[in-house]
Write a new protein. Structure first.
Length: 313
């Protein structure tokens, strides 16, 4: 249903998207993850037809986005991160507008708009203006505008940003309902727990390249048997990293995956057996451990290992 083949997008000498290939099928959620500046937005713009790729190909529901863009876009629903709503039009008119933009008319349009209002939980606010809505209500209306024409491929760009827990749970339900109805969903998010819950498979992109791809289970398996050990306390900057890295003669696969003033997160095999050595090294470097938390590897641990810990713009 959705396929990118050797996708490249260049701006002069800068390559924003560098040979990206993936495919996603009917009735599935494919996650596209990456830090800020990784190339996700450019990739999404190429998929949605907003940008023409420098080379490579994007097809949506079997239609080439460049050669047969009208048919490709007709099959595609887009829910952007930035709200695409008209604040001075009632909710029902926002939905009508987007339905008409995709060629819907008459009773077909009215029936679908009514169904979508009920679906997104805004039937009782149909005649109200979006500027009077809460953030969660606006996100749900934004979602409704992207699906009013019954797309077979749905692109969701961080659809839960800034919403309350109840609206977030409803949006999860909506995504899963679209998947269960047979839609192919491309989902981008910075929330790793969302990706673990919703995505059947995913790709991690950084510096314009896909650096890992597979199911959540397959990607987590790349951590091997390593645990994630989180330590809370006081950790002086000077000497702490050196002290922990000095343990590698006894813990060969130990890696520091997140380092803050009061929290350290480590990845290593059989972490519980190495706790005495770790505590001793931290104490010797002038640190104090107040609390420990040990958990199995998760997607956030993997994401940090793959993309690094430095802040991105």
């Amino acid at each position: 249903m959705l396929q990118a083949e050797h996708l490249v997008k260049q701006y002069g000498d800068f390559t924003a998207v560098d040979d990206i290939t993936f495919k996603a099928g009917k009735g599935s959620v494919f996650g596209l993850l990456g830090p800020n500046g990784a190339g996700k937005s450019t990739t999404i713009s190429c998929i949605s037809g907003l940008l023409a790729p420098t080379s490579g190909r994007v097809s949506v529901a079997g239609h080439d986005m460049v050669r047969d863009g009208k048919a490709a876009r007709k099959s595609l629903g887009v829910v952007p991160q930035e709200l695409a709503l008209y604040d001075d039009l009632p909710a029902v008119e926002n939905l009508r507008y987007w339905g008409k933009a995709y060629g819907m008319r008459g009773q077909e349009l009215e029936s679908r708009v009514a169904d979508v209002l009920d679906y997104i939980g805004l039937a009782d606010r149909a005649k109200d203006l979006p500027k009077t809505f809460s953030g969660g209500m606006k996100r749900r209306l934004n979602f409704g505008c992207g699906i009013v024409h019954k797309p077979t491929v749905l692109l969701l760009d961080e659809p839960t940003v800034g919403v309350d827990p109840q609206s977030r749970a409803r949006l999860f339900d909506l995504v899963e309902a679209e998947r269960d109805a047979g839609a192919c969903v491309l989902y981008t998010t910075h929330y790793m727990e969302e990706a673990e819950r919703l995505c059947d498979s995913l790709a991690v992109i950084d510096h314009g390249k896909i650096i890992a791809q597979g199911t959540v289970a397959e990607l987590k398996a790349t951590l091997g048997a390593r645990d994630a050990l989180q330590l809370s306390g006081v950790f002086p900057e000077d000497g702490m990293r050196q002290a922990l890295e000095g343990l590698r003669d006894r813990v060969a696969d130990l890696e520091i995956i997140a380092e803050e003033q009061h929290v350290l997160t480590l990845a290593l095999t059989q972490a519980s057996q190495h706790l005495p050595d770790i505590f001793q090294a931290i104490t010797a470097a002038g640190g104090v451990v107040n609390e420990t938390s040990l958990r199995s590897p998760n997607l956030e641990t993997l994401f940090l290992l793959l993309t690094g810990k430095e802040l991105r713009q």
